[in-house]
Design a binder for this molecule. Structure first.
Ligand SMILES: [Zn+2]
Length: 392
């Protein structure tokens, strides 16, 4: 393997530009291509986009080693619809040993459909069951010729050392606020929206992009950010919880409609032939997984947004207005901050309550009950100060 991944210095557009990864410090630059990679870093730091850009770079016939970003190979890889790209992700909570034994090992031994390489991207690799990780070891150690495996992972401590030590590790950081704003503006978001999105996303490009480009996400954010001002009693808390759960259900319904179109698009893109059945099956699996995850994502977004409100009030009390995330609600934040209640300790407790609830949701707690319990606690800990105006 002599091919290199490069951040190109020419003026040509590449797949890295297309995915807004150009100039990013975490792009592996001019490295010999190892067979096994571990992309490691927080949610929304660009790991998945980088994995796809790498896959395109490895297989692009027009700019080999760089990826042109526009040829048929690159565009199909970027959209996850290339027969030599295999996306593996958790079914439910884990990636089972069978997912590796059936979906990776025998596939890796077959020759690529179109090009010289096939690429396996294992998403949320930390969710591989230990037996699945052990099953993968030999393939990681000595992948068949032309096979590249990229593990995408939020938490290295849940990977076996024997797995991570066999990979070239690339560390990712939260995306800086200014970089997120620039990416969103390049994607045609208006400057004020892009600025607000970058502030509230806390380094998570996916969250920022959803906010900037989807009107539903903006309306959800407004509604979630208004929750703290409504928590005057347990009864109000239960009402707000019911609305949050409904928002999540609505998002799931919307995504399910979009998926139907994706199935049609895939059929048109692939036609019939070798590899199409497995591409269809993997799309169907991905869709199921997306719906399961989306509900939790919206609930987590609600908790994160509500928590960000209390953080903003603390920031305003500390005279750190630059740290305020909810720029659109700054006047209300400042009014809360000027009141003596809830005091700082209670705000911290409220932030903590918001921070621990996603863990309960991930452990399969009943979503409605988990959200209700959290909001009732918030109403007790940090009710709005009496002089606080009610928000629409
Ligand atoms: Zn290309």
């Amino acid at each position: 393997m002599n091919q290199e991944i490069k951040s190109t210095t020419s003026s040509e557009t590449t797949v890295w530009d297309v995915l807004h990864l150009s100039g990013s410090p975490h792009i592996p630059s001019s490295l010999k291509v190892p067979h096994a990679w571990l992309l490691l870093g927080p949610t929304g730091s660009g790991k998945r986009a980088t994995a796809l850009a790498m896959a395109a770079a490895f297989t692009c016939p027009d700019l080999p080693g760089v990826g042109c970003g526009v040829c048929s190979t690159c565009t199909r890889i970027i959209s996850g619809r290339h027969p030599d790209l295999h996306l593996i992700a958790p079914e439910g909570q884990v990636i089972s040993v069978d997912a590796i034994r059936v979906g990776v090992i025998p596939e890796a031994a077959r020759s690529p459909f179109e090009g010289r390489r096939k690429v396996f991207v294992i998403e949320e690799a930390e969710r591989m069951h230990p037996s699945a990780q052990n099953a993968l070891l030999k393939t990681l150690e000595e992948p068949p010729e032309g096979t590249i495996i990229i593990l995408v992972c939020d938490r290295e401590d849940e990977l076996l050392e024997t797995v991570s030590s066999r990979c070239r590790v690339v560390h990712f950081q939260r995306v800086p606020c200014e970089a997120i704003q620039a990416i969103l503006e390049a994607e045609a978001a208006e400057t004020p929206v892009a600025r607000l999105a970058a502030r509230i996303a806390d380094g998570d490009i996916n969250r920022a992009r959803a906010f900037a480009l989807e009107p539903e996400a903006q309306s959800r954010h407004r509604s979630f950010a208004g929750v703290p001002a409504r928590l005057t009693s347990s009864l109000e808390a239960l009402d707000a919880a019911a609305e949050i759960v409904t928002e999540a259900a609505t998002a799931v319904k919307g995504r399910s409609e979009a998926q139907k179109q994706e199935v049609v698009d895939l059929a048109v893109a692939l036609g019939e032939g070798r590899g199409t059945a497995s591409a269809r099956a993997s799309l169907a699996k991905r869709h199921k997984r997306e719906l399961r995850r989306l509900e939790n994502e919206v609930l987590n977004e609600a908790l994160w947004t509500i928590g960000s409100w209390y953080r903003d009030v603390l920031a305003a009390r500390r005279s750190a207005p630059d740290a305020i995330a909810n720029l659109d609600l700054k006047a209300d934040v400042v009014r809360w901050a000027a009141a003596s209640e809830p005091d700082d300790g209670l705000l911290v407790a409220a932030i903590h309550r918001c921070a621990v609830t996603p863990g309960a949701l991930a452990r399969n707690a009943n979503p409605s009950l988990a959200i209700e319990a959290a909001l009732v606690d918030l109403a007790r800990l940090a009710p709005p100060p009496p002089e606080s105006p009610t928000m629409d």
